[in-house]
Write a protein that binds this ligand. Structure first.
Ligand code: NCD
Length: 316
């Protein structure tokens, strides 16, 4: 697929080059004013299906909110792992072949890495990956980078700490890979033993010439960073309870880390938070994680608007 065009399905961050990221962000900024003026109805008559085989609050509801704010409608299988015909043994391919008769685009979250590729291979409507196992979460990475651009006014020449469960977290994996599209990026990886960033992502950073370092001390990392991106221990993906218990509670971002940070830096988290960021941090203006969730609506509006054909000719 030509990089000059917008991808038909949103499956991986490596589908995006810098010019597409810039255009998407410009579109998301325009969506911000449309979100404030509901009723324009750019996607009136279009239907979005959300199929979630794993729990979600933000991703599903922000996709649905985005579609509704654009005047479209939504059909949803919110606990598809329990309530859909997958329970009866239906394959994702068959599910997609059916749901595409009911909807103009399909958002899928699933515990199995790569399943959205299988869905896209048979789909005649756009498939959007809302998280496939521990592999990728491309729309989260796009909204994360958009948050950085809106909060810090730039995406280049930044030092970004990715902290926490970098092995099983699909959000930090996708964000690290998307950061290869920025210039002068310096990534600090801060993860407890056993849940370090996987080799495939490190290899992607190396191939792209992104500077990175490993710094186990989160205070030292925070002091140098423009962004500290904290993540949850992905309990549901650990191979054993023992391995999870070892990682659990091994890091906490507190006012100690905040005190070390620069005044014009930000703290991010894809959420949900369990105990890895102290509640006392929330009141600091540098705590950007709740604002981050709001930027997600604008990015998902922009993606839907582009994919469903009203995005100014950006569709392949
Ligand atoms: C993340 C996910 O599902 O990967 N949540 C989200 O989409 N905002 C992060 C997480 O669950 O820890």
């Amino acid at each position: 697929m030509s990089k000059l065009r917008f991808p038909r399905h949103i499956l991986h961050v490596d589908q995006f080059d810098r010019s597409q990221v810039d255009r998407l962000f410009a579109h998301a900024r325009a969506m911000r004013s449309i979100a404030a003026m509901p009723g324009e109805g750019r996607l009136r008559g279009r239907i979005l299906a959300t199929l979630f085989f794993e729990p979600s609050t933000r991703t599903r509801l922000s996709f649905e909110s985005a579609m509704l704010r654009l005047g479209g409608q939504v059909i949803s299988a919110e606990s598809a792992d329990i309530t859909s015909s997958a329970v009866k043994g239906e394959t994702i391919e068959d599910t997609v072949r059916i749901v595409e008769s009911y909807a103009d685009a399909i958002v899928i979250r699933h515990p199995q890495g790569g399943i959205t590729d299988a869905a896209a291979a048979v789909a005649s409507v756009p498939i959007l990956n809302a998280g496939d196992g521990a592999r990728e979460h491309p729309t989260q990475a796009l909204l994360d980078l958009f948050t950085i651009s809106e909060e810090l006014d730039r995406i280049d020449n930044l030092t970004i700490t990715l902290a926490g469960d970098l092995r099983y977290g699909r959000a930090p994996r996708s964000l690290a890979m998307l950061l290869t599209q920025t210039d002068g990026c310096h990534i600090i990886l801060t993860a407890p033993q056993g849940i370090e960033m996987a080799e495939d992502v490190v290899a992607t950073l190396e191939a792209a010439g992104v500077q990175y370092e490993i710094e186990p001390d989160m205070v030292i990392a925070a002091a140098q960073s423009d962004v500290v991106y904290v993540t949850r221990v992905q309990k549901e993906r650990f191979p054993s309870e023992d391995a999870y218990q070892q990682a659990r509670g091994s890091y906490h971002f507190t006012d100690l880390h905040l005190a070390a940070m620069k005044p014009d830096s930000i703290v991010m988290h894809p959420l949900p938070r369990v105990d890895e960021i102290a509640a006392a941090v929330d009141a600091d203006p540098r705590a950007a994680y709740f604002r981050q969730a709001r930027y997600g609506v604008y990015i998902r509006m922009a993606l839907l608007d582009i994919l469903l054909g009203s995005g100014g000719g950006m569709v392949a």
